[in-house]
Design a protein around this ligand. Structure first.
Ligand code: SF4
Length: 1014
């Protein structure tokens, strides 16, 4: 029997207690050696500090190694400072990196030496130099030695889901996964070699869907640039299907926001924040409207936003309102913020109510909206101009229907003093036009963009906006007045908790409101997350494979992210004389974001084809996606059932809900063992957190002496299958030389070298002392052999401050600097070129309001009547939990469980008492059980539940490896899980999740449920 590797719990217990104390005393840190522990009056069990200061210089603790790493407690990707015991290599404490804008209100200048920055941390007379992480970030060091961490290669024994595996050599797993065979005594299973059929069709009836190799679906995490890019390289050359989480994590809102920036069927995604950056000071945002979230809540860089918020509201008179079903952090008594309760899933009508008041009272920014060209905007000192006055042709059947009237094929036309003029000679256009006019002997019905928006908003009376949101009409008007009382120094933002059946529209409406007051990219207005610094381009050409497959070779995805009108289904219907609409299934042409949940739906419905194998890397679709049909779970549970996926491989450090069903588990790194160059979520200051290999990985080694991890596994599979772009001389450099790709070390070295080269001279200088104190030298030990000395120097400079954080001036006059000058879309002309695959109608170029509906247009209430489902359900991100942070011991200690929150009055009406154990049940009849909390700070008629709880995996349950039981920790299973409660869409053609009907991303909020005593 192979040795079962268990974590040294005694040691962990000790370390944990020390770290806890350290959190209270950030200056005096700890050491791991028991024998060196000193007990002080103030510090209790604290250990000797990680460094001391003498004569203004850092005196090292010889037992301690320091280093910067990218945190992976959530997607904010903060840079953290880690203290590691030299002897054991164990993490002893995690705190903030003073250079990173996610960790400090005013980050340290990159020109400051690491030593000086550390000295400043110890200054006692100011909090300004402190660098902090959130509670989850400090706990994230627990990932390394987490209970039930996977460090060996495992093969299933017994049935799927029984959580029984045996350890096997890496090479055996590799062979079996590739060759297939009767692997489990259950019959033959096709291996990856047989599934890899790039020359056959996935769906022989429709070549649109590409090669048969796509019967392998790889579900991955897209937020880890260095690692994700290798996985995508593999998927591209295998020609596999590839899916991620965005579509069940709020992509629709961000796609909606981007529609004001880019005229296209799909223009990308964007995320706004009110600008309360320190550099704005008193010129920062004066009024912030937070929809479905609160400032500094999870998902939006809580360290930075928390500090910014505190400063803005105490020093600069920042006024803000959180429109949310439940009162969360940052709006409590005396913070200056206000909580405005709203019924779940009703954010869009609230935003439309605001717009209605703004139009009725002409409280929009007329000057900004009227500018028709960049020249006009410059003349007026504006950054952007808009198409608010452009005229849209309304004539049904006209070749220009829904398009702008143009002078010939050229410039759009606007109305000025009753005359049509091209924008080139009309710097300002009339905003509200709706008239018939004869132009070039044609009678045209023309409506201006802003008038179209106004007419849409006016379709619904204010009283109805008030009734459906549960917010009094006067309150909506009051908020609209406050929003429009500060010029452009106001902004609306939203977060995942507003994803209902119209989440795309919700996002779009927030961006429209920001557009109406001209706050996009304004100083103190709406600002946006920055993008990454690429590691794919640079001296190493990593974004393509010489002689390999490109994007065009992959075909339309398993969940149909293409144009329905190109499909065989469409043409076959036409041929039969049938109307081609509705399509059998959604075609998310407007949101090609690789929706894994819909791909699994396609599999169970066998349209357009079913899967033969599934690989999951750092993704947990069975826990993270809401409303998955039960048949999807069946597909994982039974490889030989009606829907069975024959081969499942998980590449994981913990056994998640999805990995529980794996036939093989390949162990993987945790964050401090991996390389990173990742941009920050929630920070508008451009920057990336970068990591070397700060720890020696805990995973087993293969026969070649390499630590087993995702990259090594995929590289070895690729080499066996002779995929292009892997192995000897697989990568071309810009200078014409070729380099090998045999290992994770090589790929990481090339990526970091590219990234550093792309930043170039803006990187800070790095002395030997900087490299030592930042851990850069140690972190690069595996990279030096694979890159040139000059490239290595740049990587050293990148790692010497834990990444690169742009510190150039943030503003240029009244706007944020470095922003492209754009025509902002009140009307998105490009979008109207897409056709709704259900109705056959062109999409509208502006946001429209309708009550929540299903795929076929039926209203929710028609299927889920209020008497049967009297309560609307909502969920929210916990400040201290991400779905996977349950595997950190201290997370379950300081965030032990969640509750079903309900208003006292609603509880009384339903005959429920505080503390009751209740079931929450939607129409899918998949009840979940939780503890009821009756409170006053939630809107009546609703429930709200924090996400990230109710795990059945991640160490919550017992599992067996080589016959030995690894006991589960019931604390990890505490609470109630939200996603299984969400119902499927009864109007879809086969089992399928409830979706946002505009982009077919997953819908999670406002669903009617019943709550009963269990
Ligand atoms: S906000 Fe997220 S990334 Fe930043 S320290 Fe906290 S858990 Fe880590």
């Amino acid at each position: 029997m192979a040795e079962v590797k268990m974590v040294d719990l005694k040691k962990r217990k000790f370390i944990r207690s020390g770290m806890f104390t350290a959190a209270a005393l950030p200056v005096t840190a700890l050491s791991a050696g028991h024998e060196k522990r000193t007990l002080g009056n103030l510090s209790g069990e604290s250990l000797p500090p990680e460094f001391t200061i003498k004569n203004g210089r850092v005196v090292d603790n010889p037992d301690v190694r320091l280093g910067f790493a990218r945190c992976w407690g959530c997607y904010d990707n903060c840079s953290v400072r880690v203290r590691i015991d030299k002897q054991s290599g164990e993490v002893q404490r995690v705190s903030g990196n003073p250079f990173c804008p996610n960790n400090r209100y005013r980050p340290e200048s990159l020109s400051t030496s690491v030593e000086e920055a550390l000295v400043k941390l110890t200054e006692q007379d100011s909090l300004d130099n402190r660098a902090t992480t959130c509670g989850r970030g400090t706990a994230a060091g627990d990932a390394v030695n987490s209970k039930q961490r996977v460090t060996q290669v495992l093969k299933r024994v017994g049935k799927r889901g029984e959580r029984r595996w045996k350890s096997i050599p890496y090479e055996q797993a590799l062979r079996e996964i590739i060759q297939g065979g009767d692997l489990f005594g259950e019959g033959k299973v096709e291996g990856l070699a047989a599934i890899h059929q790039p020359d056959k069709l996935a769906n022989p009836q429709d070549p649109l869907f590409g090669p048969a190799s796509k019967q392998l679906l790889i579900s991955y995490n897209s937020e880890v640039q260095v690692r994700t890019s290798l996985l995508r390289r593999f998927a591209g050359q295998f020609r596999a299907s590839i899916g991620k989480k965005s579509a069940y994590c709020g992509a629709q809102q961000r796609i909606g926001i981007k529609r004001v920036f880019k005229s296209a069927i799909f223009g990308g995604a964007a995320h706004a924040h009110p600008d309360i950056d320190f550099e704005a000071g008193n010129d920062g945002c004066k009024f912030g409207l937070y929809i479905g979230t609160s400032p500094s809540n999870s998902g939006n860089s809580l360290n930075t936003l928390g500090a910014q918020l505190a400063q803005a509201r105490t020093e600069y008179g920042y006024d803000y309102v959180c429109v949310d079903p439940i009162l969360r952090n940052a709006t409590t008594h005396a913070t200056g913020g206000e909580w405005l309760p709203i019924l779940p899933g009703r954010d869009t009508p609230f935003l439309f109510g605001l717009m209605r008041h703004i139009f009725e009272n002409r409280r929009y920014n007329k000057k900004h909206l009227e500018n028709t060209t960049d020249a006009a905007a410059r003349q007026d000192g504006e950054l952007h101009h808009t198409n608010a006055s452009y005229l849209v042709v309304q004539n049904v059947g006209h070749p220009l229907q829904n398009q702008f009237l143009r002078e010939g094929d050229g410039e759009p036309m606007v109305m000025v003093d009753g005359q049509l003029k091209p924008v080139t000679v009309a710097p300002h256009g009339e905003l509200f036009v709706d008239q018939e006019i004869t132009y070039r002997n044609e009678k045209l019905h023309l409506i201006s963009s802003l008038e179209l928006m106004r007419q849409e908003v006016y379709k619904t009376p204010m009283s109805e906006y008030a009734a459906v949101t549960g917010i009094p009409e006067q309150k909506i008007r009051d908020i609209a007045n406050r929003f429009t009382s500060h010029g452009r120094k106001a902004a609306v933002m939203l977060s995942t908790a507003s994803n209902s059946a119209d989440g795309t529209i919700t996002g779009w409406a927030t961006a429209m409101l920001n557009l109406l007051i001209g706050s996009h990219n304004a100083k103190g207005g709406a600002c946006y997350w920055h993008g990454p610094v690429s590691g794919l381009k640079g001296p190493y050409i990593l974004n393509s494979v010489e002689g390999g497959y490109g994007k065009a070779d992959q075909g339309v995805s398993l969940n149909r992210e293409g144009k329905y009108e190109q499909s065989q289904e469409y043409h076959a219907k036409l041929k039969q004389g049938l109307t081609p609409y509705p399509a059998q299934d959604p075609w998310p042409q407007t949101a090609p974001v690789q929706n894994t949940a819909e791909m699994l739906t396609s599999h169970i419905n066998r349209r357009p084809y079913s899967l033969k194998a599934f690989i999951s890397w750092r993704a947990n679709v069975l826990y993270g996606a809401s409303g998955l049909p039960s048949e999807v779970f069946d597909a994982f549970k039974d490889p030989h059932g009606e829907h069975g996926i024959p081969l499942i491989i998980a590449i994981a450090d913990q056994i998640s809900t999805t990995a529980e069903y794996a036939d093989y588990i390949i162990p993987d790194f945790v964050h401090m063992e991996e390389l990173a160059i990742d941009r920050h979520w929630g920070s508008e200051r451009k920057g990336i957190s970068a990591s070397g290999h700060l720890l020696e990985p805990k995973t087993d080694k293969n026969q070649a002496g390499q630590h087993i991890c995702m990259e090594q596994f995929l590289i070895d599979v690729a080499k066996t299958l002779k995929l292009k772009g892997f192995g000897a001389k697989a990568i071309r450099k810009e200078d014409g030389a070729y380099v090998d790709l045999h290992s994770e070390h090589q790929w990481g070295a090339y990526m970091l070298a590219n990234c550093a080269a792309n930043i170039g001279d803006d990187l800070p200088r790095a002395t030997a002392r900087d490299l030592e104190l930042s851990g850069a030298k140690y972190g690069m030990r595996n990279l030096y052999p694979h890159i040139d000395a000059s490239e290595a120097k740049l990587v050293e400079r990148l790692l010497s401050r834990g990444g690169y954080f742009d510190q150039s001036p943030r503003y240029d006059g009244e706007f944020q600097s470095g922003k492209p000058r754009l025509c902002l879309n009140v009307y998105n002309e490009g979008l109207t070129k897409a056709i709704n695959c259900y109705s056959g109608q062109p999409l509208k170029g502006y946001p429209t309001y309708a009550p929540n509906a299903f795929w076929n247009g039926d209203l929710w209430e028609e299927h889920w009547p209020k008497p049967d489902y009297p309560v609307l359900m909502s969920s929210y991100k916990s400040t201290l939990r991400s779905p996977w942070s349950v595997s950190y011991d201290r997370t379950v200690e300081f965030s032990p469980t969640n509750f079903v929150y309900m208003h006292q009055q609603t509880g009384r009406e339903l005959g429920l008492k505080d503390g009751d154990t209740v079931t929450v049940r939607s129409a899918i009849n998949r009840p979940a059980t939780g503890i009821l909390k009756l409170v006053d700070d939630i809107v009546p008629g609703a429930i709200s539940i924090a996400t990230g709880f109710g795990h059945s995996a991640y160490g919550a349950n017992d599992l067996w490896i080589d016959g030995q039981k690894q006991a589960g920790d019931p604390r990890r299973g505490a609470g109630i899980s939200v996603n299984p409660i969400i119902p499927t869409d009864p109007t879809r053609n086969g089992p399928a999740p409830l979706v946002d009907v505009h982009t077919y991303c997953t819908c999670r909020h406002g669903v009617p449920v019943k709550v009963e005593k269990a």
